[in-house]
Design a binder for this molecule. Structure first.
Ligand SMILES: *Cc1c(COP(=O)(O)O)cnc(C)c1O
Length: 224
């Protein structure tokens, strides 16, 4: 299967899952996760019509995307990996959306960068729904106060994102994230990856993040 065929297949599966869902989101967008994928692979996806991409490292994205963004003005790039405060300036310059806001200090740094440069990507809060100590994301019990903090700073907070524990049933995590977003009036839900995006669609995902099912297995695999 080529990248183009994979994209066609996944988009059809998203549509089928939406049709079968009781309450799908108004739209579900496919974020093509291109970490470790060389530029040629990304260009193949662009040629097939894909315009929304996700990367999990600022430096890797900086090496691949500035040229592509110049060449394809409709291209949209999301940061889906953890962001260090010392990379906020670079991230704000390159990404359209940061899906991994997970702490007060990072919210403050984003607000300071907006003050400095006038730039602030749209933001999703990453929720550590499995409460895994080694994983990024704000703990569920601290989510409300971080949402409040981001809103006091008038940051463009638009949604929630989660990465369920690898060997858990993802369904309760997706249901929890959907309820948390509803409770706080947030419209976007980024959840579901290659193995479970159809399930995420059923729980109302507005964004699914799919890498290997589009581009094939990664040879290097950085921390998710
Ligand atoms: C790598 C990654 C994905 C995509 O994972 P696949 O299993 O390859 O689809 C999704 N979300 C995040 C945060 C990732 O780091």
């Amino acid at each position: 299967m080529t990248i183009s065929q994979n994209l066609t297949d996944i988009l059809a599966r998203i549509e089928a899952a939406r049709k079968a869902a009781i309450a799908p989101a108004p739209t579900t967008r496919l974020v093509a996760v291109s970490k470790t994928v060389p530029e040629a692979g990304i260009r193949e996806a662009i040629a097939a019509g894909q315009r929304l991409f996700g990367e999990n490292r600022v430096q890797e994205a900086q090496a691949k995307y500035p040229t592509l963004k110049d060449q394809f003005p409709g291209l949209e790039l999301h940061l889906i990996g953890p962001l260090q405060t010392n990379k906020v300036k670079e991230a704000a310059a390159l990404f359209d959306v940061i899906q991994t806001l997970d702490r007060v200090r990072l919210a403050d740094a984003l607000a300071a960068e907006r003050e400095r440069s006038g730039r602030c990507p749209r933001l999703f809060l990453q929720i550590n729904t499995g409460e895994e100590p080694q994983k990024a994301g704000v703990m569920p019990r601290e989510a409300a106060s971080l949402i409040d903090h981001a809103r006091k700073l008038d940051l463009p907070l638009e949604g929630l994102m989660c990465i369920p524990p690898a060997d858990d049933d993802a369904a309760p995590h997706f249901a929890f994230l959907a309820k948390l977003a509803r409770d706080h009036g947030l419209k976007n839900l980024s959840m579901g990856m290659s193995g479970d995006f159809e399930l995420a669609v059923k729980f109302g995902a507005t964004h699914v993040r799919v890498g290997t099912a589009i581009f094939g297995a990664r040879t290097l695999s950085p921390e998710a």
